[in-house]
Design a protein around this ligand. Structure first.
Ligand code: UD1
Length: 364
């Protein structure tokens, strides 16, 4: 594991291994891709993940340098540990880097969250997904579409196991511990416009390079969000990448709006509480598209595609892209009708990690 969206996927797998009462043992390797207290340490505490056995401390850099550095530092760990298999989750640079090292060493690779495809190769995560799946021996999927994607790419059917969604295991397990939104805002010294402690609100997350690395796109998006904020306060925990781009482009003034409540990145239990209590979520994250579907909260995805189509077909997700007219029309629809209600996809039942561990034991 290495980046924020990995932690909530790893947590239930680690517990399921521990609870299985088998000889199976996990050695936890953290690549150090994310390292800030808010992007990293908080999640270990919130999710009860044991301290990593090994931390490779790679930090941030270009994709090539980050991926190469993870590989360079992971190889001796693998040679030293000689595990029966290595397990990776999701689609971040840490996922492909560790899978590639293992495959080259002849170690067996297990990929959790396999087969998701946005069909957009401009997304770094899409490259990571396609390549990781190609070199994996055992592939666990979260939704039925994923198997078709994998079969089309030549993955053998018997390697694919539809087990459900470990990210939703974490949602269901932690729902009663989720922090009330008012507490999260108060802790950051914020109140809703007019000084109110409670109010309907939207939650926003924004960090994809396609949204925040282009000055024109980011400027237009922030303008649209200001229009929404004038109608419904927006709680916006801001990713460090986004903060850095806003500063570099000199766009700070666009954040100055009474309806925009800007927070530093929040912990897992804070985010869960914010999402659960929201009238709607606006996001370019992958995980939040799924979490909102599990929570029954309408989600407007600020991207032109999704690798998680079940959230649109069955869940509460609507793909709105970056066009202000489309975003505002979808927002108005949620305000008028309450938005999509959706249903819970198959196997998003809190037991995915249990199925994964049972399958791994048989397979090994
Ligand atoms: C990574 C994942 C992305 C995921 C996101 C969630 C890849 C290709 N992308 O993108 O899929 O949705 O994490 O957060 O792996 N930074 C900090 N502190 C940190 C980590 C990052 O300040 O703890 C800053 C650094 O300036 C860095 C930038 O954020 O350059 C980007 O971090 P990086 O991990 O490279 O990619 P993300 O954009 O976070």
């Amino acid at each position: 594991m290495g980046a924020r969206p990995n932690f909530m996927k790893i947590a239930p797998i680690v517990s399921a291994i521990r609870d299985s009462g088998s000889a199976l043992e996990a050695v936890l390797v953290h690549t150090g891709q994310h390292y800030d207290e808010a992007m990293n340490d908080r999640f270990f505490v919130d999710l009860g993940i044991p301290r990593p056995d090994i931390n490779l401390e790679v930090g941030s850099s270009s994709h090539a340098v980050q991926t190469a550095e993870i590989m360079r530092r992971f190889e001796p760990v693998l040679l030293d540990q000689r595990p029966a298999a290595i397990l990776v989750v999701g689609d971040v640079n840490s996922t492909i880097a560790c899978a590639l090292v293992a495959a080259k060493e002849g170690a067996r690779v297990i990929h959790v969250e396999a087969g998701l495809r946005s069909f957009d190769r401009a997304m770094p995560e899409e490259i990571n997904r396609v390549l990781t799946d190609q070199i994996s021996d055992l592939l666990f999927t979260t939704e039925r579409h994923a198997r078709d994607n994998l079969l089309r790419e030549g993955v053998a059917d018997e390697r694919i196991h539809f087990v459900g969604n470990v990210m939703i295991d974490s949602v269901l397990r932690n729902l009663t511990r989720a922090a009330p939104a008012a507490d999260t805002l108060a802790a950051a010294g914020l109140t809703f416009p007019g000084g109110e402690k409670d109010s309907p609100y939207a939650v926003l997350t924004l960090h994809r390079p396609s949204n925040v690395d282009d000055e024109g796109i980011l400027t237009t998006l922030l303008g649209t969000l200001r229009e929404i904020a004038a109608r419904l306060p927006i709680v916006f925990p801001m990713h460090p990448r986004t903060r850095a781009r806003i500063d570099a482009f000199g766009l700070r003034h666009l954040l100055d709006h009474p309806g925009l409540l800007i927070l530093p990145p929040v912990g897992y239990l804070e985010m869960l509480g914010l999402a659960r209590g929201a009238r709607l979520v606006l996001t370019d994250s992958g995980g939040l598209q799924e979490e909102t579907t599990a929570l029954g909260v309408p989600c407007l995805t600020l991207r032109n595609n999704t690798e998680r189509p079940i959230t649109v077909d069955e869940g509460t997700n609507v793909i709105v892209g970056q066009d202000p007219a489309l975003i505002l029309a979808a927002f108005e629809d949620v305000m008028r009708t309450g938005g999509k209600t959706g249903r819970i996809p198959e196997y998003w039942d809190g037991r995915a990690a249990e199925r994964i561990v049972a399958t791994i034991r048989t397979w090994l």
